[in-house]
Write a protein of this length. Sequence first.
Length: 198
Amino acid sequence: MRNTTPERALRDVPLHLVDPPALDARMDRDPAKLEELSNDLARRGLIEPIKVVRVDDRFQIIDGQRRFLAAQMAGFPFIEAFVYPTVEAALEGVKYAANAYREDMSPAEEARFFYELYEHECDHDLERVAAMVGKRLSYIENRIALLEGDDAVFRAVRDRQIALGVAAELNKLPDEGWRRYYLAHAIKSGATFTVVTG
């Protein structure tokens, strides 16, 4: 798949060189929740890098101020960050990573979107994809599995002709002929997961 994210470099940036956003939209933060995030970072590390732009010899936060503050509380000397060449490029990266996910996506559209994140934003780490979009790991894995299955089954899910559970059962059939036969019947009759499993 084509990389649609703006050019950026992933690196560890010293916290003392990082400045807050020019305009912090969340000036009032819950101290208890910030401490909870700090404890989580100390335990598991940073799952999603912050996004910064270089300003002379320093770095200004474009996205991730809360994670930055939590890392400070945890005593981190460095923080993992996507460093963008310009503010405009950074804002496009934030839009791609944080705002592209929509609730009205079909499972097939989600599969493609999650795969883009997996390939280009999350360094082939499905747990980071799950954290980024706020979904369970199994949710991500089930949709990614669509891309590894039958193309015709994928298209049927994309076109909302069959449900994800039906697609998963059809993809278990090793014989392409039988798989396409049952797919045609599932589309025609609107078969449920239970019916297809039976």
